[in-house]
Design a protein around this ligand. Structure first.
Ligand SMILES: Nc1ncnc2c1ncn2[C@@H]1O[C@H](COP(=O)(O)OP(=O)(O)O)[C@@H](O)[C@H]1O
Ligand SMILES: [Mg+2]
Length: 343
């Protein structure tokens, strides 16, 4: 792959607590982990792709971003913000601001971020296109939990907006109305967001990376495997599994290329592209699927701007499909430069 031949002036935009130090000498894996993506991206843009990189860490002050844009006059903003002012759903507004300033940026556009964030709204759109999603119901805080009679158990209860499996444990898979009400209330209490209860899709968990604006590329599908899962426990990505390394080891967690029949792989790639388009995504995203025993895939959620750490699921999936890490970041830059908006 031919890399971008000209040097770009890049503003790398990140959370103020995650601006990596100039050197990682003497630090161990645990120290580096919180800002590993920011570090991997910055170093690769600068040292492997030879761009001019100015880091900017912000929290909730848009003025700091406006000042940096004036000062740096970047060709493109490399967007690694996953929230603004402590709120995840504000990520879309930050990108809207960049669009209004006519500044190019990497990753997903505001409309795609908005649609994918809401796990019910995105499924409503996909259902319209007859794309396979679990049946669901949404429960607002402060209302009595009444299950629509057609929504059958088992269900999985989670937050409508949160990421990182916040509030998801094995007990999130519920089998009766009492457990449903209990779990819904726990989501309200813990996250202050509405809860969504989805039909629980028993089966394999499979992730697919997608990059592109118009012409899309899909990655090798990866499967989440839990080699030492206790008998009868659901094979779901709980918050403990995502964040507790000792627990990951205990469960024998790994992700590896999913063994799928050639026909199934082709179908999954087509499905991933149709979902990406239906949700107006751009840049890059990781789609989380379940594969049921009868061979049907269901989309659980679309993650625009997934973690870009070297060796993490998304970069690893792209790597297996032939795009090494610098080539992946180069493609993400090109897509940002070429994105022409939704109007
Ligand atoms: N409808 C469902 N059926 C089966 N498992 C589910 C379902 N919804 C969520 N899960 C499990 O919970 C995990 C986290 O849910 P997800 O919707 O991807 O939220 P997050 O944004 O926190 O990653 C999934 O990776 C999967 O293991
Ligand atoms: Mg997920």
């Amino acid at each position: 792959m031919k890399l971008l031949s000209r040097q770009l002036n890049i503003l790398t935009l990140m959370h103020e607590d995650l601006v990596p130090p100039a050197s990682i000498e003497g630090l161990d894996e645990k120290d580096i982990q919180p800002w590993k993506m920011e570090y991997d991206v910055s170093i690769t843009l600068e040292q492997e792709l030879h761009h001019k990189v100015t880091p900017l860490g912000i929290y909730g002050d848009l003025g700091e971003l406006a000042d940096a844009l004036d000062r740096v006059q970047p060709d493109i903003v490399f967007n690694m913000m996953e929230e603004f002012d402590g709120h995840g759903p504000y990520d879309q507004h930050l990108v809207s601001f960049l669009e209004l300033r006519r500044v190019r940026y990497t990753g997903c556009n505001p409309r795609g971020l908005t649609l994918a964030r809401d796990k019910a709204l995105s499924k409503k759109i996909l259902a319209y296109h007859r794309l396979p999603v679990p049946a669901f119901a949404v429960f607002a805080p402060g209302r009595k939990v009444r299950r629509p009679p057609k929504l059958a158990f088992p269900l999985l209860v989670k937050s409508l907006y949160e990421e990182g499996s916040v509030g998801i444990a094995r007990a999130s898979v519920v089998r009766d109305d009492a457990a449903l009400a209990e779990r819904v209330e726990l989501i309200h209490r813990q996250t202050h967001t509405p809860a969504i209860a989805e039909e629980y899709i028993e089966g394999r968990e499979i992730y697919v990376g997608v990059t592109g604006n118009e012409r899309l590329q899909t990655s090798t599908p990866l499967e989440l495997v839990l080699e030492h899962l206790p008998e009868g426990a659901p094979n779901i990505a709980t918050s403990r599994l995502k964040w507790d390394y000792a627990h990951q080891r205990k469960m024998g967690m790994l992700t590896r290329p999913a063994e799928l029949a050639a026909e199934q792989s082709r179908h999954l790639a087509q499905l991933a592209k149709r979902i990406y388009r239906a949700l107006y995504l751009s840049g890059y995203a990781r789609l989380d699927f379940r594969l049921a025993a009868d061979g049907r895939f269901f989309l659980l959620e679309a993650n625009p701007n997934p973690c870009l750490s070297f060796g993490e699921d998304f970069a690893e999936a792209m790597h297996l499909s032939g795009a090494g890490y610098p080539a992946l970041l180069d493609r993400i830059l090109r897509l940002g430069l070429n994105y022409r908006g939704v109007l």
